[in-house]
Design a protein around this ligand. Sequence first.
Ligand code: ATP
Ligand code: MG
Length: 331
Amino acid sequence: ANRLFKEDFGEDIGCHCYEIYKHRDEPCLVCPVAETFKDGRSRQSEEVVTSNSGEHMNVLVQTAPMRGLDGEITAVIEMSTNITLIRQLQDQLASLGLLVGSISHSIKGVLAALDGGMYIVNSGFQKNNPKRIAEGWDIVQRNVRQIRSMALDILYYAKDRELEFASFDARLLAREACSKIEHKAEELGIEIEGPSGGEAVIVEADEGAMRAALINLLENAIDACRIDKRKETHKVSFSVADEGEKVAFIVEDNGVGMDRETREKVGSLFFSSKGQEGTGLGLFISNKIVQQHGGTLDVDSAPNVGTTFSVRIPKRCATPPSERKPMPAEG
Ligand SMILES: Nc1ncnc2c1ncn2[C@@H]1O[C@H](COP(=O)(O)OP(=O)(O)OP(=O)(O)O)[C@@H](O)[C@H]1O
Ligand SMILES: [Mg+2]
């Protein structure tokens, strides 16, 4: 054993590798050394082992048979290479890819809202309607502000953002999320039934992250209606229900619906049925945000009938801040 090995695993001589590497009393289920003893062939595998100080390490294990003069296998050499740093680097690259993807996705969402604002400004000019121009300009300004703050957020997100919990009214948030997609729906001739009236439902959650998750669901509902050519009229209903310990946000559409294959793949990273127009990040991010709040995201859908997405989160989050995982950017 070399110096590094001794530092990490001590100097126990005569012990089994499963005792030293895995702190187990029995051999591992699949033992490359035993297999090499059996058939004389070298093996290569990757294992996660635990050092004496409790640190997990990724090691590449290679085995080779040693034969006596008569050709019988008398021993097997096991060599381990510590590849933890390589694996960590790979993980970081993967999350960097995800971060870049989710940022692009957020920007795409804001650009869609900007398009909506510009559409209203244009139609105001065409109809010579200053009120409509002002309304559209207001949307443009708000969304430019959002892109600016998003750019500032990028640095923040890049450093493993933790959820920021604060109390707010879930109904108000839902109405606000609805207002972000109303113009797009209007342009497409889709009716929106937003959460109207009702008593405030106070929740403790990350408002920005929840808003992003809900907007993703609303955008999907609108897309599902837009793509559907079978029905004359389309409608997206968005409601908030106070369920005691939990609050439910329900987005229902009568769009294309999903077949079984889509339902099974929905929410997987980069799964999209929208070709160039979709990145397949929306639901993945929404689901992550909901999970970080200790909530659930359920889907009920029938092809050609429509889809209902239900988000349920506890009104008060039980997870202590230290256990909350970093989350992707707003979308
Ligand atoms: N309300 C819905 N009705 C029908 N299909 C849906 C609905 N919501 C999601 N889907 C399906 O799930 C897929 C993944 O959705 P997701 O939001 O993750 O990605 P996307 O909308 O395709 O792209 P984007 O990353 O721009 O959001 C969609 O492409 C679509 O096939
Ligand atoms: Mg989407």
